[in-house]
Design a protein around this ligand. Structure first.
Ligand code: ATP
Length: 295
């Protein structure tokens, strides 16, 4: 069967509304507890595939510093999918990046999830859902969440998922930063500050956040958001720190860093206050992006 139809895919980014580290094993493995939230800010992908005598995967991307060869996580996802299905094919992936790269918003992970979804559709559902999740988890710990989307509790390395009830429609202003953060360095900083992560108790805050999400209480969500990485990263990253201050000074009811940063986001009560905060951030040299939660 020949299959060469191009599929357009929206690959949504995520923010962490809650991110804690529970423990660190001797092998360096950090056990996390996180609430991830899909947002409407997305990469646009066009994926096409045709069976062939030899597998070839081609990627093009509108951002010059994202690799287009085997290093691209969408390439890895396509290769793994074809291998597991025993299919040889020519695959073309065109990537229009909108999610900040290396920003703590799972930009690469969501492209990998989008690739898996698209190829499975193009090849007539060749891969059962549970197998697709297994491939996702083998490629990276945020990828299973990107496949599932919406709102979920993510545990283990992030790959153990429980969907969460959520009625809170959140209006975000997302502010990328030019400062880079390496995830291994960020975890090293956490180890330095928190040791073996024992003696900490965020249970009440976590439960209050879950209750606020379930009842659609946006203020309750903002009051109980948490990201353990903020204490390690923001003191070292003045541009991201200033963005968070500006969000708070200009009407955000909550503001926080996403993942290991440096992207920060604000949550607003109305589109009007969000628009005026966006104008102030632009005056200060930032490039804020609006987004909504996908629930
Ligand atoms: P996470 O939130 O999952 O930790 P991130 O948003 O911080 O991820 P990414 O945008 O996924 O980070 O990029 C991390 C690195 O992966 C970059 O160095 C980038 O060059 C590389 N990369 C590989 N494939 C992609 C892709 N499809 N999109 C963006 N970056 C990619």
């Amino acid at each position: 069967m020949k299959n060469n139809i191009g599929l357009e895919v929206r690959a949504n980014g995520k923010v962490n509304l809650y991110l804690d580290v529970l423990s660190r094993a001797d092998d360096g493995f950090h056990s996390i507890k996180s609430i991830m939230q899909s947002v409407s800010l997305c990469d646009r992908m066009i994926v096409s595939a045709a069976r062939s005598s030899k597998t070839e995967i081609r990627i093009c991307c509108d951002v010059p510093y994202v690799p287009c060869d085997e290093r691209n996580i969408a390439h890895k996802a396509a290769a793994k999918f074809l291998e597991k299905c025993g299919i040889q094919a020519e695959v073309d992936i065109s990537l229009h990046k909108r999610i900040p790269v290396s920003g703590g918003m799972a930009g690469g992970s969501t492209d990998a999830a989008g690739t898996l979804r698209a190829l499975n559709k193009l090849f007539g559902g060749a891969m059962p859902n549970d197998e697709l999740y297994k491939i996702a988890a083998s490629l990276g710990s945020d990828i299973p969440f990107c496949l599932m989307g919406k709102t979920a509790l993510c545990e283990g390395r992030g790959e153990i998922l429980t969907p969460l009830e959520n009625r809170a429609k959140l209006l975000f202003l997302i502010v990328p930063s030019s400062e880079s953060v390496s995830t291994p360095w960020a975890y090293g900083e956490l180890d330095r500050i928190f040791g073996d992560f024992s003696g900490r108790d965020n249970e009440a805050r976590f439960n209050a956040l879950c209750t606020a999400l379930a009842s659609g209480d946006v203020h309750g969500v903002c009051d109980n958001m948490y990201n353990i990485f903020e204490d390690a990263i923001l003191p070292e990253r003045p541009i991201a720190r200033r963005a968070k201050e500006l969000l708070k000074e200009n009407g955000a009811i909550g503001a926080m860093m996403s993942g290991s940063g440096p992207t920060v986001f604000g949550i607003f009560e109305s589109e009007e206050t969000r628009a005026s905060a966006a104008a102030v951030l632009k005056e200060n040299g930032y490039y804020p992006k609006t987004a909504e939660s996908i629930i």
